[in-house]
Design a protein around this ligand. Structure first.
Ligand code: HEM
Length: 550
């Protein structure tokens, strides 16, 4: 189904190419931006904003025209995100679409940090996710944090934020990673290396982070990452449900609603895969309620399941309302967990895949990471430690600042969420002068932001972790320039966790193996809500037992 879903999505995206017309419209409000001319054009597209984004992948820009073609970045073939970047540059950071009259579509695309700060922070309340997004994703995400606004969002954000910053949660993330990386990831890689086989590293990493996020959201391990890389029904159902939901964004609302009512096409896939997701979720929820009830009855609450649980499901299940009754229904608990899994399942693995690819092209950076890691290991001052069993401690991971910079730099160029969008509630004017009418959809292009000379300087397309360092220490950037984790009140909740997870996994792999991308393997971003590598990342591994090879 997944493959069918992808093919259908691509077909739909292609179909959307043709209705792109560009022409001048004298009625258009005064344009803004660095190109400053009154001749700014509007783009006429059929469909809604994400279809519009898909449509942008259309015919290549005409050479010598106003939109000169953009050279492919770092060896990736030209693609939709590059196309958007080219238009944004030509228009000074912001441009406007206008759909046909009957769609009432107004859509503004921006990569201007001033606008980002305005919409993510200053006027946060005026730029919610909006009912269009919520209605489209409701069957999968329900009232969960990802699609929620206002009070429903605020409540979950507050509770989850407390949990994410607790010592118990940090301990859980550390222990779950030791288990996953040392008992599962490294044995799989060892087997691959021994067989001299190529492996899709993106797939392996996706399995790692899927298992990991399920452990912290549900306290349950689906077991995707294990020798033989088996297909796990829950993971399959989750993947299919997500893909079928995305198809809704490129289908007219009335059409997918009709298909849902009839239970045909992708809506049928969605219904079936949602049943798979729900079956797993409600089973875990029921067992957890029973476990917690039994623990409370015997007075051994701390010992539920033999260990103190700190996963999100346990925390939210324990919460009580003013009347002492459980604060959340099973349905709401399901929504909370599904949303966290969606948020955390593929973002960090996709970032790691791009990171390993970038390292394969920038061996100097890799050498510096290894030097840093070796320094940290040497500082242990212990001798006789068995090499293969070296497990990084949380404070050691924290000290890997060059690695932190190298991952941030990968995310700057390949943000896991390449574009995101909001809806405007009241008429607005962006700091760059762009007029936004109530109901306008705003797309902010994180991918393009990493490629703006105006933000990062002339060398913005170079992979250079040093730009994040000052006197050898990591220096963060404004969330409105470096937008990979969003910013303002909706800043990614899993940011610290994600960095820990990525650093732990990357350092553990890199210290043991040199990762080589299979020659001729095509690397290109996929047209999806997450910046997957379209063809995965086929790699071979070489053991680093010969220190001279470093
Ligand atoms: C490299 C890894 C990651 C990146 C680049 C990333 C990026 C983002 C972005 C761009 C958003 C905003 C999405 C939107 O509002 O439309 C977001 C939100 C969120 N992320 Fe992450 N994320 C990462 C990892 C994680 C992980 C591992 C978790 C959880 C375990 C997580 C949990 C969340 C949650 C709960 C939200 C919603 C916050 C809210 O709406 O208040 N993220 N993330």
């Amino acid at each position: 189904h997944g493959r069918h879903g992808r093919a259908h999505f691509q077909r739909r995206a292609q179909r959307h190419h043709s209705p792109v017309h560009r022409r001048r419209r004298p009625r258009q409000p005064a344009p803004t931006g660095a190109d400053g001319g009154g001749a700014r054009r509007r783009f006429h597209l059929r469909g809604h904003p994400l279809a519009a984004a898909a449509a942008l992948a259309g015919p290549p820009v005409v050479a010598g025209g106003r939109h000169a073609p953009v050279p492919p970045p770092l060896g990736v073939r030209g693609d939709m995100y590059e196309w958007i970047t080219g238009v944004l540059k030509a228009r000074g950071g912001t441009f406007t679409f206008c759909g046909p009259w009957f769609t009432n579509l107004h859509c503004v695309v921006t990569a201007d940090p001033r606008n980002l700060e305005h919409l993510l922070k200053t006027k946060f309340g005026n730029f919610p996710k909006g009912p269009y997004f919520r209605d489209t994703v409701r069957d999968l995400l329900g009232d969960g944090i990802f699609g929620a606004d206002d009070e429903v969002w605020r409540q979950q954000r507050k509770a989850a934020s407390l949990e994410f910053h607790s010592a118990e949660f940090r301990a859980l993330t550390a222990s779950s990673l030791v288990e996953l990386v040392h008992r599962r990831l490294l044995p799989v890689l060892a087997e691959t290396e021994a067989a001299g086989a190529a492996v899709d590293l993106q797939d392996v990493l996706l399995r790692l982070t899927f298992d990991n996020v399920c452990m912290i959201a549900f306290g349950a391990d689906p077991g995707c990452l294990q020798k033989g890389l088996p297909e796990i029904p829950f993971a399959r159902a989750f993947e299919d449900a997500t893909e079928a939901t995305i198809v809704r964004f490129v289908t007219p609302t009335a059409v997918w609603r009709g298909m849902r009512a009839l239970g045909v096409g992708h809506e049928r896939v969605l219904r079936r895969s949602l049943a798979g997701v729900d079956e797993f979720a409600y089973d875990v929820i029921r067992k957890r309620r029973e476990e917690l009830a039994a623990a409370a009855a015997t007075g051994h609450e701390e010992a539920a399941g033999g260990l103190r649980r700190a996963d999100l499901l346990t925390i939210f299940t324990k919460m009580r309302g003013a009347d002492g009754a459980p604060a959340y229904s099973d349905k709401f608990l399901r929504d909370i967990c599904v949303n966290f899994i969606l948020a955390g399942r593929d973002t960090s693995s996709v970032a790691l895949a791009w990171f390993f690819w970038l390292l394969s092209k920038n061996r100097g950076v890799e050498a510096k990471i290894l030097q840093e890691v070796e320094g940290i290991v040497a500082a242990r001052g212990r001798c006789g430690e068995v090499e293969e069993e070296l497990v990084f401690q949380p404070e050691e991971v924290k000290r890997m600042e060059y690695l932190h910079a190298a991952l941030s730099e990968a995310l700057r160029l390949y943000p896991s969420v390449p574009v995101d969008h909001k809806e405007v509630v009241e008429d607005e004017v962006f700091p760059d002068g762009t007029v936004l009418k109530k109901g306008t959809k705003v797309i902010y292009a994180m991918y393009s932001m990493g490629r703006m000379e105006s933000i990062w300087g002339e060398d913005c397309r170079e992979y250079r972790p040093e730009r994040w360092l000052k006197d050898g220490r990591f220096m963060g950037e404004s969330a409105y320039k470096f937008t990979a984790f969003n910013g303002g009140p909706r800043l990614c909740l899993g940011k610290d966790f994600a960095y820990y997870q990525m650093k732990f996994a990357a350092a553990s792999i890199l210290r043991r193996y040199r990762v080589d991308v299979v020659q001729g393997h095509p690397v290109a971003p996929k047209l999806a809500l997450t910046l997957f590598m379209k063809h995965g990342l086929k790699v071979t591994l070489a053991k680093r037992d010969d220190k001279a090879k470093l």
